[in-house]
Design a protein around this ligand. Structure first.
Ligand SMILES: [Mn+2]
Length: 258
């Protein structure tokens, strides 16, 4: 059994389908052919791109199909997923920031069609996604940001806190959450910060998305077809920047030898 990881999709459904085909996880009709393999997404299904709802629909359908063959499809939740949820769940409440309501704030990078097509079924699925997952000694988080540490000292605690916030309707809590969830480069800043993060939550490698690789190193997104591995191999950035022109890619988690 192997684990495949795919980074931030941002509504790029066709690229998602191509990556899945390329990985051999689906057939040409996009039905699961991954058997008992696992596939993890890194969150940020929405915004900056044309069709986030179809990305989620396909993921949800593959999750069902994979279950029936002993496989697994899952995702950690991203800040843009939370941002869309805020527009759906508390559209008219005011944020603390300069842009007015949660709906107006979301509209700056959101696709109106996604909000129109979003159903309670999608919302239920999105709100159930974990913030952090430990998969074969790899610690998966969407963002390379410090916020997780603010919300708990164990994986279960952080996942529970995330859920409490999205099931709640306190605009200040939502607002703060969205703000700290948009931090970047926390692991890139220092190897110690990354090591402490692993000490806190467990695992031997951090896998994240959220910060396009071209914003860390000087490479044209069109030529990014593999993750950026940094901090002596401790950190793996999966965000090729599909919305900036990267074709996207999958990463097959190698066994960790130490
Ligand atoms: Mn993000």
């Amino acid at each position: 059994m192997s684990t495949f990881v795919i980074g931030d999709l941002h509504g790029h459904y066709h690229e998602f389908a191509s990556i899945l085909l390329d990985a051999g996880l689906v057939d040409k009709d996009l039905n699961w052919t991954g058997g008992n393999h696992a596939l993890w997404l890194m969150g940020d299904f929405f915004d900056r791109g044309p069709d986030g709802v179809s990305c989620v629909d396909l993921t949800m359908r593959l999750q069902e199909q994979a279950r029936s063959t002993g496989g697994e499809v899952n995702s950690v939740i991203g800040n843009h997923d939370i941002s869309l949820l805020s527009a759906y769940l508390l559209p008219d409440k005011m944020t603390d920031g300069p842009y007015g309501t949660f709906l107006e704030d979301w509209q700056r990078s959101g696709n109106p069609e996604d909000l129109e097509r979003l159903t309670s079924r999608h919302v239920e699925w999105l709100t159930s996604l974990p913030a952090i997952a430990l998969v074969d000694e790899y610690l998966l988080v969407h963002a390379d940001a410090v916020l997780y540490l603010e919300y708990g000292s164990s994986i279960d605690e952080v996942n529970q806190r995330f859920r409490d916030i999205v099931y709640g309707d306190d605009p200040h809590e939502w607002d703060h959450f969205l703000e700290v969830f948009s931090g970047h480069r926390y692991f890139w800043e220092s190897l110690e910060q990354a090591a402490d993060f692993l000490d806190r939550y467990g695992g031997k490698r951090i896998i994240h998305g959220h910060t396009p690789i071209s914003k860390m190193v000087d490479i044209d997104p069109e030529f990014i077809w593999k993750p950026l591995i940094y901090n002596n191999g401790m950190c793996i950035n999966m965000d090729g920047g599909i919305y900036m022109g990267s074709p996207g890619f999958y990463y097959l988690l190698p066994p960790i030898e130490e």
